[in-house]
Design a protein around this ligand. Sequence first.
Ligand SMILES: C[S@@+](CC[C@H](N)C(=O)[O-])C[C@H]1O[C@@H](n2cnc3c(N)ncnc32)[C@H](O)[C@@H]1O
Length: 296
Amino acid sequence: MDSYFRTNREMWDELVPVHVRSRGPLGYNMEDFKRGGTALHSVELEEVGDVAGKDLLHLQCHFGLDTLSWARLGARVTGVDFSEQGVAQARTLAAELGIDARFVRANVYDLPRALDGDFDVVFSSYGALNWLPDLRAWGRLIADFLRPGGFFYIIDAHPFASVLPDEPGRTDLTFANPYFPAPGPVRIEEDGSYADPGAHLEHRVSYEWSHTLGGIVNALVDSGLRIDFFHEFPFCAWEAFAGMVLREDGYFHLPIGDGPVPFLFSVKATKPRGQVSPPRTRRTKRGTPAGVGLDG
Ligand SMILES: C[S@@+](CC[C@H](N)C(=O)[O-])C[C@H]1O[C@@H](n2cnc3c(N)ncnc32)[C@H](O)[C@@H]1O
């Protein structure tokens, strides 16, 4: 498993400067963010709601734009990512913009050993689950980091959309891949990035895991969380299918109109007030260790 994580981390480290520079409809447009914008989309803004004064943990925060956007809305934020470049860039940006934020470099699965404390909100979004092999362990650690009464929220790729053809230029809405994933990771080798398709990468290989909707929801249910809602959306935050068009709402839609396929789902799940987490193997001091569990 460590070698899969290492390969993925090398790719994400290389992607950080590519994404920091990325502009235009597919890009991260960091200059807009620096001028005071938000990197968050309308769906999560509405569905997460008011975060002012809340402690928010952002899993797989990349280089921190979403995390810092929540901070601008009044949350006390902690962003976590296993990419050294991502966390370094997030810290630099927070310092430059004078935003109070904490960033921890850790593999999600090592977080209980890397981070102390508990949170009102645990958040994750857009392209997170496909990097995680074990959703049951993921669900357990989310529940562990939540205070009783706190909630987890995720918006991510709808597993059903993976049945569509994913070859460049193919725009036929046909069933090209199985819905139920093969066991183990899929090795993917491709140049470029969703935010800058023309970029050339040295680290082009990654290992990704597919999950079913049932696997995602049951990982949360089994951790003791109570599902508040499960929503599905016929649009995406990136160009998930060839020919999708970016509309003013900030989402990519099928040119033939919304309806045929769900591209995103969201879930909100609350930790019941009576649910007490078992003691975590806590760090003795508060702080942000560098690279816990990254020896792979
Ligand atoms: C597509 S990005 C997340 C998207 C984020 N919403 C954004 O657009 O800024 C996926 C992130 O997951 C991180 N990641 C992948 N596997 C991880 C793991 N096992 N532990 C921690 N971070 C991981 C990558 O470094 C990357 O920053």
